[in-house]
Ligand binder design. Sequence first.
Ligand SMILES: Cc1ncc(COP(=O)(O)O)c(C=O)c1O
Length: 428
Amino acid sequence: MLSSRDKKSIWHPFTQHYTADDPIVITHARGASLFDENAKEYLDLVSSWWVNIHGHAHPYIAQAIAKQANQLEHVMFAGFTHEPAIKLAEALLAIAPAYDKVFFTDNGSTAIEVALKIAYQYWHNQGQNRPRFVAFEGAYHGDTFGAMAVGKTSGYYDPFFDLLQEVTFLPFPATWLEDTTVEEKEAAALIALDLYLEEHANETAALILEPMIQGASGMAMCRPSFVEAVFKRCKTAGVLTIADEIMTGFGRTGKMIACDYLNGVYPDFLCLSKGITGGFLPLAVTLCRDRIYNAFLDETYAKALTHGHSYTANPLACAAALASLDVFEQEQTHQKIAALCQMHQEWAPRLLANPDIERVRHQGTILAFNLKNFNPGQTKKFKSLVIEAGLNIRPLGATVYILPPYCLTAEQLHSAYVRIIDCISQSK
Ligand SMILES: Cc1ncc(COP(=O)(O)O)c(C=O)c1O
């Protein structure tokens, strides 16, 4: 059995192996569906940790990778370059024209790490020591040390607290449908930011936030006007801003990037990963403006950015990303995204009316709600029932969310909602 061989030799991420069920062995996938070794089908309602956007094993992206693999699989990225990276950088800068330069890495955490390092060294290169960062309570930015520090309050890193650098956390004004307290929460958060900036702006390298949706801390959503107000205040105070769009990029929120909701206010850094290759290969980017880049130019190496990875800008991953962008055009993906948004919107009132559900919220292709008054035993039961029902859903505590590949059909989403509601009532 593959699952017992797995148990013997593999340590899985975010898994308590002492109590975890055996992992499900997936043998193949197509569209929005995963298939296990017994041919059981699971609708991938979380896009396999939010990476898959056009559906699994998309033939066009698969072919693009195969073609690239036969031509150039990899070359080191210092002193060398290649067409797929250049074309991809140009395409990304066309999607996000507020930026001028693209720095490649290979996962979301390192894209964040790079933004934090560039922000710090930007000031350092100009003779300023700015050791402080500011972030939002509950934020999750990845699992490397810098990313953990700015995500310290996400609840994932307790054993490492003593090793994490000091970061100031501001309240995040999470909101949901029929929330009557959103203005109050936003005002309190902005006052906290103002007070912080008054005292510490000159020592602060950057503020980081997940624009509009804090993912891993429970799909907590805030209004775009709040994000805009935060970025504007930082700009006035001379503090750099980092948008962590690792999850929200590539159409997740209804627009290509969540920052497109901000009325022309763009942060200094934009971090993208996850959906960038359509879910095929690891790749990430940190975008910034020439104003930042130019502060690293000098006759000496001392001002250069000393950061890089063996697989930086891997040509196969770049080819997959370019193919994924082609698919957006070829398959009218923006229409599919709009259709998903519409379907979530139609389901929201039905969910709101369910007595076991609270805090319904949705943005673009993501809908989330909380299980009301569920104890941990009931939540655990819900988790196994949905898997039995053929749905790949991975609740975050009491938060259930749907974040599907954009190819999910109306029938599939409708049937998923019906099954979810049924599992909720069975788990009580
Ligand atoms: C908003 C956000 N930032 C950063 C990360 C880290 O990305 P990765 O898991 O690729 O390191 C994640 C992953 O879930 C994320 O959701």
